[in-house]
Design a protein around this ligand. Sequence first.
Ligand code: AN7
Length: 336
Amino acid sequence: MPGLIERYMDRLPFSVGDPIITLDEGSTPLVHAPRLSARVGAEVWLKLEGANPTGSFKDRGMTCAVSAAVRDGAQAVICASTGNTAAALAAYAARAGIRGVVIVPEGKIAMGKLAQALMHGAQVVAINGNFDRALELVRTVAARHPIALVNSVNDFRIEGQKTAAYEIAEALGELDALCIPVGNAGNITAYWRGFGELGVRPRMFGFQAAGAAPLVRGAPVAAPETIASAIRIGKPARWEQAMDAMTASHGGVHAVSDEQILAAYAFLAREEGVFCEPASAASVAGLIAHGAGGARRVACVLTGHGLKDPDTALAHVGGVIPCAPELAMIERVILG
Ligand code: AN7
């Protein structure tokens, strides 16, 4: 499939002849989840955004943000990130042949994401502070220097990410509810815009990690904490728009504990064969814990691939079984 700017050019702020920086993102699988469906008593579909080129939904926004930056003559792009935006920025900047700079909270981004950002040649700056502080800093840097800001405060990011809603609506037609993790609140804003453009109005349920749940509390969280490092965000930039999406659609926002997130993460891997990262599992943890308002057909957005964060995976499963390279020993181990 061609990239999403080409697929949806009539509904995106691009024209034929514009420079397009793409890795053929989008067109991700939407798979039925039979065991999860049975467990929650609804027809549940999983949107596997980890199947994007860099392993997360951020590619949808980044193809648009970087293409627009190149169209405007930018020589450099910058973002604050909990990891996935950094990886996507780095890949698309590399593809565009421009400089990429990312500011991340030191020691708080998953290993796979860090490896990606570095491999793609971005400058990775680690601050002794959280995502919210990093976002403040990049906003100031971008205001003072000719460096394009590509966090989801940039509307091209929202434009690109809204295409995931198109894909779900095209595949399912009717949809009663969408369950989605919420961090900086760009993605829920994007889905609501995408559905709105099609006249589809699923109830929007956003889920935050309990230790980083400003929208649930109704106030910023100064020191957000969660095992789901991607959504360790205390002051979402798209706060009002996210609340508007949930209120206008008669959905809601709820918190899920790290234990609930890890349980959903393991359930998806073992029961559905789907390995997502912990932040992504917040959507399913939320559906299991809070339901989706009695919805019959539900889509859960699994925003990033499990391979992004091997440390968290390995810390929560049993180890390997050591064995001598002998048939008898192997048989004893596997046959009991
Ligand atoms: C896997 O990369 O904010 O509510 O800097 O990586 O649109 O912020 C990541 C966010 C959900 C939350 N799932 O989306 C970043 C960053 C995963 C994520 C979210 C993120 P938003």
